[in-house]
Design a protein around this ligand. Structure first.
Ligand code: PMV
Length: 321
């Protein structure tokens, strides 16, 4: 029996992933670019060689679907594995509007590989995390990370690649929590609906590579206006694809729209702030560290809660013996 523990942070996409070219392998139709966040994290402990398989999430047995996905990830790591105990705790509420599945699967693959004594390169761990939850493949690194589209049929070249570390740039993500309720349509079903029914889906897929190239370039040059502009384009192109699905996928609430107007008003007032949303109503605003308090104040009348988050570092892993 060996135990290992890993801690990983969630990430927010600056250039979005929406759509799969292979559902079984969880291969994306578009590349994406993200920022790993500090402070919030998932801590996962894996005991390799337990009495029976068991998945504990925030102190209670995980629901059947979560447990199935977690154990499938361990099976992919080692088909002949012993029974395992997986204990996961999120330092942030799952309903915070941040992708806990990203930090969750990143921490899981790191802890499981370490407990199994399997010294896999981080790219391979990223491939494993991707199969659990697409965006998780980006949480294997801190700072700015690109998820490569890859072109191999088996998906071994579709994984995260670090673009710049957390200390590259003093930016913030100001997260406005409009609602903590669970999303009405999950991302896998939503992506499938958009692929099948949105007349804009093909255009969305064709634009992906140039959006990521522009985003990566803006990160490397520390050009906030260029990054913010491409982030908003990617966000609104993704939501246009969602809105034109049949039936439409409308993740926004009135508070979402109020935040978008507040961000435009900030820019008119000379503050560099740009918005992004995922498959949910919450608004995340990219700005410089020096503007974060003003951005939080502008969002607060429209949201339940505001969180100011800095770029986060690499995940960590430790074998406990
Ligand atoms: O990784 P998933 O299946 O939770 O999908 C994430 C999709 C978006 O959050 C909408 C965009 C992204 O790139 O994270």
């Amino acid at each position: 029996m060996v135990r290992a523990v890993a801690v990983a942070h969630p990430n927010i996409a600056l250039v979005k992933y929406w759509g799969k070219r292979d559902t079984a392998l969880n291969l994306p139709a578009v590349p994406s670019l993200s920022l790993t966040l500090s402070r919030f994290h998932t801590r996962t402990e894996v005991t390799w060689g337990a009495e029976a398989d068991r998945v504990v999430f925030n102190g209670a047995d995980a629901d059947t679907e979560t447990a199935r996905k977690v154990l499938a990830t361990l099976d992919r790591l080692d088909r002949a594995r012993p029974p395992c105990l997986v204990e996961t705790v999120n330092s942030f509420p799952s309903a915070a509007g941040l992708a806990s599945s990203a930090s969750g699967f990143a921490a899981l693959v790191l802890a499981a590989a370490a407990a199994a004594g399997n010294d896999l390169p981080r790219e391979q761990l990223s491939v494993l995390a991707r199969q659990g939850s697409g965006s998780a493949c980006r949480s294997l690194w801190g700072g700015f990370v690109e998820w490569k589209l890859g072109d191999r049929a088996d998906g071994t070249d579709s994984h995260g690649v670090p673009v710049a570390p957390a200390d590259h740039w003093d930016v913030r993500m100001v997260v406005g929590i409009v609602s903590g309720n669970k999303k009405p349509v999950g991302s896998t079903d939503g992506m499938d609906r958009s692929r099948r029914t949105s007349p804009y889906y093909d255009r969305w897929v064709r634009l992906g590579p140039e959006r990521v190239a522009a985003g990566r370039d803006a990160v490397l040059r520390r050009d906030l206006e260029a990054l913010g502009t491409v982030m908003e384009s990617s966000t609104f192109e993704m939501h246009a694809t969602m809105h034109t699905s049949v039936p439409p996928l409308i993740y926004w609430l009135p508070g979402t729209v109020a935040c978008l107007h507040a961000v435009q008003a900030l820019r008119r007032g000379g503050i560099g702030a740009w918005a992004t949303m995922d498959a949910g109503p919450n608004v995340k605003v990219l700005c410089l560290g020096s503007d974060a308090e003003s951005v939080a104040a502008a969002l607060s009348p429209h949201v339940d809660r505001v969180e100011i988050l800095s770029p986060g570092g690499d995940p960590t892993v430790e074998v406990l013996g």
